[in-house]
Design a protein around this ligand. Structure first.
Ligand code: PEP
Ligand code: MG
Length: 330
């Protein structure tokens, strides 16, 4: 089974009736990317850079970061690489960076909030990414965005980093694309406004589910309430996708749900063709896509939006994904 799946690495992800999807990988290191390429990933939809900052005694320098981003950009070839800026705080800590004790760390000082508050730290990372942008198809993505101001402030720091590079006489991609994670309900609610400011969206369902349902993603006591197919979550996803389409910008999904085969009808119904997931899940998802009729999937996906509970939705999706394996339809 594993060997059979591996044969699909070089096959395009197309449904039986010709709907082309693009499956990229979530990575945290150059090694992850090598694995992703082996599994046929079409680029990197999410490079979690915080791992570059972990297991060391101080922040990585511009040079150190540039070296890693450059390698990733080069290895990805023509495919795009979405580099997400530092997403620490909440569940991710750095030994050498003294974050305050907080009552609600997940609602606290984390991700873009830290970056915008620690400008030199943020600019070092932006500069390293900009420098790597001449070595491939690199894009920048900001995590945990909850307002328009945050996007504007991040963008103006990016412009500062560009001017500094101009002064240093170092080249970079002048029209590098800038996108944001949609993972906070506020961002989904103002997705139409945010879409005017950025080049792309990526929906981070791991945090979105946590914040929409007010269910801590790390708390085992309430893990049974962590429902990616809750109608409230699906509505937020739909609203985000509609806003992106209205504004004419691309939207992808990079949370764990992207690697769940069951979710494919949702993407077909909403017209989402870009997914980014852990490499190990990629070939299974591709196998499912290859065995699905988009026309059928769309109907199932649409029906999910008429159902009222997570359980109902999940069971319809499960039924569909199991049925399709058995019936090898012509
Ligand atoms: C997410 O929140 O869905 C996501 C992809 O980011 P992370 O899991 O790193 O928070
Ligand atoms: Mg997240």
């Amino acid at each position: 089974r594993k060997e059979q799946l591996q044969l699909l690495a070089s096959v395009e992800a197309v449904t039986k009736d010709g709907y082309r999807m693009k499956l990229a990988s979530n990575i945290s290191s150059v090694r992850d990317l090598e694995q992703a390429i082996k599994y046929g990933a079409e680029g990197v939809g999410l490079f979690r850079t915080e791992f570059l900052y972990m297991n060391r005694t101080d922040f990585p320098s511009e040079e150190e970061q540039y070296e890693v981003y450059r390698q990733v950009a080069e290895k990805a070839g023509d495919h795009s690489v979405v580099i997400r800026t530092l997403d620490i705080g909440g569940d991710k800590q750095l030994e050498y960076f003294d974050l305050p004790e907080e009552d609600n760390p997940v609602l606290g000082y984390r991700a873009i909030r830290i970056s915008l508050d620690s400008k030199p730290l943020f600019k070092t990372q932006l500069t390293a990414i900009l420098r790597a942008s001449v070595h491939g198809n690199v894009k920048i993505m900001y995590p945990m965005i909850s307002s328009l101001e945050e996007v504007r402030n991040a963008k103006s720091l990016l412009e500062e980093a560009k001017r500094d590079l101009d002064e240093r006489g170092i080249s970079y991609c002048h029209d590098i694309q800038v996108g944001i994670m949609i993972e906070v309900p506020a961002a989904a609610a103002i997705a139409d406004l945010l879409a005017q400011e950025v080049d792309f969206f990526s929906i981070g369902t791991n945090d979105l589910v946590q914040y929409v349902l007010a269910v801590d993603r790390m708390n085992e006591k309430i893990a049974h309430m962590y429902h990616p197919y809750h109608p409230a979550v699906l509505r937020m996803i739909r609203q985000t996708v509609m806003a992106a389409k209205e504004a004419g910008i691309p939207v992808s999904v990079c949370g764990e749900i992207a690697g769940d085969e069951k979710a494919i009808p949702i993407w077909l119904h909403l017209g989402v063709s870009d997914l980014s997931m852990s490499s190990e899940l990629l070939l299974r998802v591709k196998h499912r896509i290859l065995n699905t009729f988009a026309s059928d999937g769309k109907e199932i996906g649409a029906s999910c939006f008429r159902l009222s509970t997570n359980d109902e939705i999940e069971s319809v999706l499960l039924q569909f994904s199991e049925k399709d394996v058995v019936l090898d339809r012509k």
